[in-house]
Design a binder for this molecule. Sequence first.
Ligand SMILES: [Zn+2]
Length: 264
Amino acid sequence: MRLTVLGKSPAWQDAGGACSGYLIEDESTTMLLDCGNGVFGKLRAVRDYAAVDGVLISHMHADHILDLVPFAYALLLSPRQQPVPVAGYPGTDAPARPRLVAPRGARATFRDLTATWGSEGLIDEAFELSEYDPSSTIEIGTLSARLTPVPHYVATHAVNLSSRDGGGRLTFSADCRPSEELVEAARGTDLLLVEATVPRPERTGVRGHLTPAEAGEHARRAGAGRAVLTHISDEIDPAWAAEEASRTFGAPVEVAREGAVYEL
Ligand SMILES: [Zn+2]
């Protein structure tokens, strides 16, 4: 199984960057984990979007879903997806319609969002949309995704990924405040891709994110083999973040870079 980081920014993307988006692949399946703003262009730079078998959404925050909109327009409007020959494309009887697997209530949220410009059915038409239970296992091709609810501002799910073709296990924290749920979800994982959004704990209100030091600490308590920080702005020094996390993890921790590939 292979992870390619398409976007690792928090809710505002890095200069030239993208928000949450990760390509998960094995020999026969291509899956996109989250599709935040900027991700569709990054996906196009490395893969054929029509070859994506499914998109899995960890939670319904803007920085994890917004590029489903251009992805949907491409699936519906691009010349290659049309039934008749156009612009040098031969026409197709079987346009790509990837699965989109999203949290409960997602269908209504997508309809409300796209209805603001009069395209209520955009996401439904472009994707084969289904909503998942908070604690379920989802099969997309030969990839398996097991979900665990983690505490954040909205219903949010850590994701454990593995392949029937073999290889190791990847755990994605999604977004979450410090929690036992994340430690349990990541218990014994080979690689924990863990959010490290805030440089210090939020000083007011309900917490929703981890610091780099907390991310490393969660990875250590989970017994993760490796830890990679993500959902972190280019306005935070990656060397500082890596040092903070490495100190609590007890081993070197990397900060995700766009385009980075991890084999599992
Ligand atoms: Zn979030």
